[in-house]
Ligand binder design. Structure first.
Ligand SMILES: [Ca+2]
Ligand SMILES: [Ca+2]
Length: 436
C-alpha cells in the first residue's frame, strides 16, 4: 500500500479503494483504576433520630407524573408546576412538612438547577425542635413497599455561607420505616461533614471528597432495598459513578425506607460542639423512580451536553510529531495523527462515568469528511460500539455526536478512523466525551 508518510501534506494520497479495512486492532490493556472513592477513618457521629410516626391516615395517592417523564418516574419535584409551590406553608402534594419557621423551606427563582424555580432550605441553631431534633426537611410518606427498587435523582447547591464545621449535617436521607421497624440511624444518608461529602451507609461512612459551595451538584442514587445479598446501592455524582455496593441495604421491616431531603443537624439539638449557627442550601430537579426507571429518567441534567474531563489519551498508532495528547490539549491547531484505516484514538476519563456522546474535531474537517466509529468500554478491554457515521466535512470545529444506543456507563471511548476522501490518515484536533 502506498501511503503518505505524514498527514502534513494532504494533497496527493487516496484511499486505496475506499473499502473499509478490517484490520484487527490490538487490544490495549489499560490500567484499571478505582473509582476514586476513599474510605476515611471515621469520626463517629451519632444520630438521634426521633421516630417520626406518621402511619396514620396514609392515603396511597396515585403518583403525579409530569407529561414528559416516562413510566417509572413516580414523582417529579422541580417546582415548575404551580401546584408544587406550596412552601413555606405546606409540603408539596403527597409529601410531609418537617420545618417550623417561615424561612425553613421556601421557593426561590435563583439559583435554579432547571427551569425557573428551586427550593431553599434554611435551618438556624435557634430554631424550634421538629420531630425530635433540629431540621428543615421535606419527607416522603412511609409507604414504600417491602423489597422496593428505587431511583432518586436530585441536585443540591450548598450556599456560599456553608462554612466548614466539625459537626455534620444530613442533606438527604433514606429513613427506615416507622412502625414495627428497626430503630437507630437511617440506613442511608448523604451528609456534609468536615468540609466533605460523605455517605453513611448502614453505619459505615463513605468519603466522597471535599464539597464546593455555590454550585449545583447532581446526585443519582439507585437502591434495591433488601435485607439479603440481592441488595444494591449505586451512586453517581455529576455523572460519575462513585459508589457501588451489593448486599443488604437496610435492616428490615414491613416497608422499604422512605426519602427525606433538606437540612437535619442533630448536634444543634444535643448541644454537641458546632461552630456555625445557620445553614442554607438549595434543592432542585428531584425525580423519584421505581424499578422501571433508568438513570436517564431521573438524572437532573438530561441533555447530553456535559463535557467530561479526559485523564489521558492514547492511540493505536501515531506519528511522533502528532501524539494522542494533542487531541485533548484544548488547542484546535494541534492534532493526533495516526496512519491506517482503523487507527484509533482512546480517551480515558479516569473513572467510570455516565456518557452519552462525544465532540470530535477533525484536522481539515472543513475540507474532507471522515468515516469513523466510537466504541465505549468500562475496562479498556471489552468495547461496545455506540456510534458510527461520517463527519460533516464542512467544519474544522468540534462536532457533537450522540450515542445511537443512548447513554451508558463507561470509562474509555475509542474513536476509530475508517476513511476520508484524501488519504489514509486519521487526524483529530480535539475530542471529548460528553455526559448527561
Ligand atoms: Ca426547577
Ligand atoms: Ca489539539
Amino acid at each position: 500500500m502506498v501511503s503518505a508518510s505524514t498527514d502534513q501534506n494532504e494533497q496527493n494520497e487516496k484511499a486505496p479503494d475506499g473499502a473499509f479495512h478490517t484490520a484487527r486492532l490490538s487490544n490495549h490493556m489499560m490500567l484499571q483504576g478505582g473509582t476514586g472513592m476513599n474510605r476515611s477513618r471515621i469520626r463517629t457521629w451519632i444520630t438521634v433520630m426521633a421516630s417520626t410516626v406518621m402511619a396514620a391516615g396514609l392515603a396511597l395517592a396515585s403518583a403525579q407524573t409530569a407529561p414528559a417523564d416516562p413510566a417509572g418516574v413516580q414523582r417529579v419535584l422541580d417546582w415548575e408546576q404551580p401546584a408544587d409551590r406550596t412552601l413555606p406553608t405546606a409540603a408539596p402534594p403527597q409529601l410531609n412538612k418537617q420545618w417550623a419557621t417561615a424561612y425553613g423551606a421556601t421557593n426561590v427563582t435563583s439559583p435554579t438547577r432547571d427551569g425557573s424555580y428551586a427550593a431553599r432550605f434554611e435551618l438556624r441553631k435557634s430554631d424550634p425542635v421538629v420531630s425530635g431534633s433540629k431540621r428543615a426537611e421535606i419527607s416522603q410518606r412511609d409507604e414504600q413497599p417491602v423489597d422496593a427498587e428505587r431511583w432518586y435523582g436530585f441536585s443540591i447547591n450548598l450556599a456560599s455561607t456553608w462554612a466548614h464545621d466539625t459537626s455534620a449535617e444530613i442533606v438527604s436521607q433514606w429513613h427506615q420505616c416507622d412502625v414495627d421497624c428497626p430503630g437507630g440511624s437511617p440506613p442511608l444518608a448523604l451528609l456534609t461533614d468536615e468540609g466533605r461529602w460523605k455517605l453513611d451507609f448502614r453505619g459505615v461512612p463513605i468519603d466522597l471528597g471535599p464539597y464546593t459551595t455555590g454550585v449545583w451538584v447532581d446526585w443519582v442514587f439507585h437502591v434495591t432495598w433488601r435485607t439479603d445479598s440481592t441488595g444494591l446501592l449505586e451512586v453517581w455524582r455529576n455523572g460519575e459513578f462513585v459508589v457501588h455496593r451489593t448486599g443488604a441495604t437496610h435492616s428490615g421491616g414491613p416497608r422499604s425506607p422512605y426519602f427525606k431531603f433538606g437540612i437535619y443537624k442533630w448536634d444543634w439539638n444535643t448541644g454537641a460542639p458546632s461552630s456555625v449557627t445557620q445553614r442554607v442550601m438549595y434543592y432542585d430537579a428531584l425525580r423519584l423512580g421505581d424499578e422501571r426507571a433508568t438513570y436517564r429518567d431521573v438524572a437532573p441534567q438530561r441533555t447530553c451536553t456535559r463535557a467530561t474531563a479526559v485523564a489521558s489519551a492514547s492511540a493505536t498508532t501515531y506519528e511522533p510529531a502528532n501524539p494522542p495528547a494533542n487531541a485533548v490539549d484544548g488547542d484546535l491547531t494541534t492534532r493526533w495523527s495516526g496512519q491506517g484505516f482503523g487507527a484509533a484514538l482512546i480517551l480515558d476519563t479516569g473513572a467510570v462515568r455516565h456518557l452519552c456522546g462525544a465532540t470530535v474535531a477533525w484536522h481539515r474537517g472543513d475540507l474532507r469528511w471522515n468515516d469513523y466509529t466510537i466504541h465505549a468500554s468500562q475496562d479498556g478491554v471489552s468495547y461496545t460500539k455506540v456510534w458510527e457515521g461520517r463527519s460533516s466535512g464542512t467544519t474544522a470545529a468540534p462536532e457533537t455526536v450522540l450515542f445511537t444506543a443512548g447513554s451508558l456507563d463507561a470509562r474509555y471511548l475509542k474513536i476509530s478512523f475508517w476513511a476520508n476522501p484524501e488519504n489514509d490518515w486519521a487526524s483529530i484536533t480535539e475530542a471529548r466525551p460528553l455526559g448527561l
